[in-house]
Design a protein around this ligand. Structure first.
Ligand code: ZN
Length: 198
């Protein structure tokens, strides 16, 4: 069956969503791995979170928290997001509020060696809305792990970003085709009351 573009309200009736905010931390937005491309999704995520809080949708921040020394990722990337450092803090504009949840990770996937799956099950969540960075790295790997575990995946494309337009397009297409994800926009999610009860 062809996966169709549609509103969550129609397509995912009875769903129990949670919003994941992945790696919207200083080092990825303005620091060592930061870019203007990354910064430009901040207001879109802000809007979606404001809406989600109003609807009582759980919000889970999933962020890098690397070992100070010897972290395997530093064989590949510049040293970044060391646990407890300024660089590992969520950007001010998206600061978690009371009632939001936090998960720390040391690999690309938010599920790998973390308590994310247990937390989602605690809330009865069956659908994850992925926002944050980087589309073709942590978002894509988290989408894969979500699919493997039986979650539905929704990606508002204006709330994720990759280093290039081509990488963004290719990754979103892969996520859509391989994991049956709903690739949509934050506006569509909010407009249709798509994350609410109705
Ligand atoms: Zn990392």
């Amino acid at each position: 069956m062809k996966h169709q573009q549609r509103g969550l309200a129609q397509g995912f009736e009875g769903m129990k969503p949670a919003i994941l905010v992945v790696d919207m931390i200083n080092d990825f937005v303005s620091g060592v791995l930061g870019s203007e491309r990354s910064a430009r999704i901040v207001p879109n995520i802000q809007g979606l979170l404001r809406y989600a809080r109003g609807e009582g949708v759980p919000i889970i921040y999933v962020t890098d928290a690397h070992l100070p020394e010897g972290d395997r990722e530093f064989d590949i990337w510049p040293r970044h997001a060391v646990e407890g450092s300024e660089g590992a803090q969520v950007v001010d504009e998206l600061e978690p509020e009371a009632g939001d949840h936090r998960i720390k990770k040391r690999r690309y996937s938010g599920f790998y060696a973390t308590g994310l799956d247990g937390l989602l099950r605690e809330f009865g969540v069956d659908t994850i809305v992925l926002t944050g960075l980087v589309t073709n790295i942590c978002i894509q790997h988290t989408a894969a792990d979500a699919f493997f575990r039986g979650y539905r995946v929704v990606v508002p494309r204006d709330c994720v970003e990759a280093p290039t337009d081509e990488a963004q397009r290719a990754s979103l297409s892969y996520i859509e085709q391989m994991y049956g994800a709903e690739v949509t926009s934050s506006e569509a999610l909010m407009k249709g009351g798509l994350l609410g009860e109705g």
